[in-house]
Design a protein around this ligand. Structure first.
Ligand code: MSP
Length: 512
């Protein structure tokens, strides 16, 4: 049954230069969005940029321009990258937009009116780069426990959100909702964290120290803490308080994809904020792992940051999308190296899939003048191929429900492998030479073509541009009855007599 589906990425810090880590979350969200659209769901897919805070203010000051102008320039890198990566987001939110700021202020006012936000004087250690307060006992050897940098002692009055009063509720909620925090290891991590008493959350910064933020509506001497501002993007963009009738059906089926480093903010701050507002938490928060580069942390100081733009330029967008989701297990860390990249693309895309596609269409053109032949009654091996294809659809579906992209691709590659084997064993080239072999030749070629249809449809969310070329070559691109997910319920939608086109080189081999 088709329904609604809402998927988000974190909103990225506008100052950062986008790298494959950012591309990873966004491609993953795009694949989910495209899969659900293919399944007939009404989808809302949102990404965007996180534009307030100290670092942005400082960077703009160093450049001698206004923070807004700075953001307006920086945001283009993300927009351009998403366009180069074929990202199909329905909206792009910048936290400096009025539509977002308005809702943040309304949320602050509502929680203040309810007594969930209060003001108190606070003394603590402040980490400027992380923009976070720490208590004495949080510190690691007198330094920031998160980044290890120096901290400064600060005393000031600030506004706090009564997060502590939602601790028990949050623990029970996580206990009762097995799919709320995924993978399971992350859920355990949060439950472990919640064994300690939860403190209230400081959600303001004095304006004299930080002016680049959203002013607090009931005290304009303060601006909102960036995380409080940023998290609200997930509801402000989707129409909370402005288009509630559209918002709620999406919100019931919301999935936040995040990296493992931002687990606490998403799984502790955010659900308690929502609870205070009387909203349910999103259905699922899935935290993926990190990319390392040749076994090392990816960082500016190590000068090993992988630029997705140059990868796309060198190898094509679908090779990049494919590698990101095929190489690792979604949820665990994965390692990037140029060798692994080339190996993957050459092995899976150029050899297994590209050759299968190429030889099938070349043979269809040679033996049947480029039209789909009519099969006769299938034999055992033909039926085995049919079953593998139908099975692959079920496996992909189950994997996508669990946000296990690697398992979905495994299932498709099982079918690719099986189809190649089927060709080798049926040897159409021998059937073509054998007197009376025409009928079996037609059956074999029909089966291979139909299997390719399954493969093209299943791969569409992952490698949309290439899958589109496959669908075009197979002549099914504008036919929902043979190019939707629904059309894969049954074997045999390819119409004998229809033309197919031979396109060579679906995935060129990368020469090293
Ligand atoms: N602005 C916050 C998110 C606010 S969401 C309400 C933020 N931005 S970020 O730009 O620093 O990071 C965004 C995402 O990129 C995170 O999910 C993070 O995990 C991901 N990655 C950053 N480096 C990464 C890798 N090396 N590998 C994989 N993902 C990584 O945090």
């Amino acid at each position: 049954m088709a329904g609604t589906f809402f998927v988000t990425t974190p909103i990225y810090y506008v100052n950062d230069v986008p790298h494959i880590g950012h591309a990873y979350t966004t491609v993953a969200a795009d694949v989910l969005a495209r899969y659900h659209r293919l399944a007939g769901d009404t989808v809302l897919f949102i990404t965007g940029t996180d534009e307030h805070g100290q670092k942005v203010q400082d960077a703009a000051r160093r450049r001698g321009i206004s923070p807004q102008l700075h953001c307006d320039e920086m945001v283009l890198r993300y927009r351009e990258l998403w366009s180069a990566l074929n990202i199909s987001n329905d909206d792009f939110i910048r936290t400096t937009e009025d539509r977002h700021k308005k809702i943040v202020r309304e949320v602050l006012a509502a929680l203040h009116a309810k007594g969930d936000i209060y003001k108190t004087s606070y003394e603590g250690w402040y980490c400027v780069p992380d923009e976070r307060f720490w208590t004495e006992k949080d510190l690691a050897g007198g330094r920031c426990p998160e980044c290890g940098r120096e901290v400064q002692q600060i005393e000031e009055s600030n506004y706090f959100f009564r997060m502590s009063s939602y601790q028990q509720w949050l623990i029970s909620y996580i206990d009762e909702h097995r799919d709320f925090i995924l993978p399971r290891t992350r859920r355990n991590e949060i439950l472990g964290f919640l064994r300690q008493p939860l403190a209230d959350l400081c959600i303001s910064r004095p304006r004299q120290r930080l002016s680049w933020g959203i002013p607090i509506p009931f005290d304009e001497e303060y601006v909102t803490y960036v995380w409080f501002d940023a998290l609200i993007n997930y509801v402000s963009t989707a129409g909370y308080r402005t288009r509630d009738r559209e918002f709620f059906p999406f919100w019931e089926n919301a999935v936040h994809l995040i990296g493992k480093d931002i687990l606490t903010t998403h799984c502790v701050y955010w659900p308690t904020m929502l609870r205070a507002l009387g909203l349910n938490p999103p259905r699922t928060i899935f935290a993926h792992g990190w990319w390392t580069v040749e076994g090392q942390k990816m960082s500016k100081s190590l000068n090993n940051v992988v630029d997705p733009v140059s990868l796309i330029r060198d190898f094509g967008v679908d090779a990049v999308r494919f590698f990101l989701l095929r190489e690792g297990t979604f949820g665990l860390d994965a390692d990037f190296s140029r060798t692994a990249f080339i190996h993957r693309v050459n092995g899976d895309l150029a050899n297994d899939l590209g050759n299968l596609f190429n030889r099938t269409l070349a043979m269809t053109s040679k033996y049947f003048g480029g039209t789909i032949p009519a099969p006769s009654t299938p034999g055992d091996s033909d039926r085995r191929l049919q079953e593998t294809a139908v099975e692959a659809v079920k496996k992909v579906h189950a994997a996508m429900e669990e946000i296990a992209f690697h398992r979905a691709l495994d299932a498709v590659w099982e079918l690719v492998g099986m189809t190649n084997k089927y060709i080798d064993e049926s040897a159409p080239w021998s059937l073509a030479k054998r007197a009376g072999g025409e009928e079996q030749l037609a059956t074999v070629m029909y089966h291979v073509l139909e299997s390719l249809r399954f493969i093209a449809v299943l791969l569409f969310p992952f490698i949309p541009a290439s899958a589109e070329r496959m669908r075009e070559a197979l002549g099914i691109q504008e036919q929902p009855d043979s190019s939707s997910l629904d059309s894969l319920r049954q074997w045999g939608a390819m119409m004998p007599g229809n033309p197919v086109t031979h396109i060579p080189q679906l995935f060129p081999r990368i020469e090293t």
